[in-house]
Ligand binder design. Structure first.
Ligand SMILES: [Zn+2]
Length: 284
């Protein structure tokens, strides 16, 4: 019981091999991400849904790989970027190429990238549909992964405040029979909207699973933590600085000021004193 109020993800498969279901709570993760990226209104809602959806896709298609989801506007190529890692850590980034809020109108696209071992990537791109993030993710899975699914992701907002976030994914598996499909189709048609479910404090990933798979025997095949976690660290930044051409380091040193670098994801600021920059030059 102690974990029920924490962000988490649960994966299950029905005993008859008809469905895989993934359900998750992302409330605290989305709240932290929205605060770190200082986004409001629709941008906050979309960013939360993209983060939740990207975690869902990773848990369904590639639990052991890093998955990134990008929503890109048609105008100005502004982007919302969600970054989900196998250890349960997730972070996000809003990239604006011009002032003002991001607009997900005609021509906006959703891009999903899986980073494969050895650094190569599997990438799929679909148009953002009028059904929003959930429908666009379903289109991505259908078109790019040949996976039939039903997805609902939601960020519940109260003004600019994140009240709750989460979602579920029902994947149709190859052994699915017509009867089971009819049962699930009817169930999803009658299923309460995700916003209604998330506003209820009693909703957890486990209760979502139980309701989606009511009267269908199933086994939980995986559970995991979900949390906000940036990947930046001073060690890696230092290593990156060490790869700069010597003349660039020299000109930084000549300025005589500490070098300040802010992480775009979490806005933590790293400071490199001139002496440290000199030591990097010495190593070369
Ligand atoms: Zn960071």
């Amino acid at each position: 019981m102690e974990n029920e109020r924490q962000d988490s993800v649960v994966r299950a498969i029905t005993d008859d091999g008809s469905f895989r279901v993934v359900a998750l709570r992302t409330t605290d993760t989305v709240r932290s991400i929205v605060a770190a990226q200082r986004v409001k209104g629709d941008e906050a809602r979309w960013l939360g849904e993209l983060v939740t959806g990207t975690i869902l896709v990773r848990e369904t298609m590639a639990p052991d790989l890093r998955v990134q989801g990008v929503l890109q506007s048609a105008i100005g190529r502004d982007s919302l970027i969600a970054d989900s890692h196998p250890d349960g850590g997730a972070r996000a980034l809003v990239q604006r190429t011009r002032g003002g809020s991001l607009v997900l109108g005609d021509g906006a696209v959703l891009q999903v990238t899986r980073t494969l071992p050895r650094g190569s990537a599997h990438k799929g791109v679909v148009r953002v549909t009028s059904g929003g993030v959930s429908a666009s993710l379903m289109a991505y899975l259908q078109e790019s992964e040949q996976v039939a699914s039903a997805i609902a992701v939601c960020t519940v907002m109260d003004g600019d405040e994140v009240v709750a976030a989460g979602g579920y994914l029902v994947q149709l598996l190859p052994e699915l029979g017509e009867g089971q499909l009819a049962v699930m189709t009817a169930r999803l048609e009658d299923f309460p909207p995700m916003e209604t479910l998330l506003r209820d404090d009693a909703t957890t990933p486990a209760t979502l699973l139980a309701e989606l798979l009511y009267l269908m025997p199933y086994a939980v095949v995986g559970t995991g933590a979900v949390r906000y976690q940036c990947r930046c660290d001073s060690q890696r930044l230092r290593a990156t600085l060490g790869t700069l051409p010597p003349q660039e380091l020299e000109s930084l040193i000549a300025e005589g000021k500490d070098l300040e670098i802010e992480c775009d994801y979490c806005h933590v600021e790293y400071r490199f004193p001139v002496a440290e920059l000199r030591s990097l030059l010495a190593v070369d």
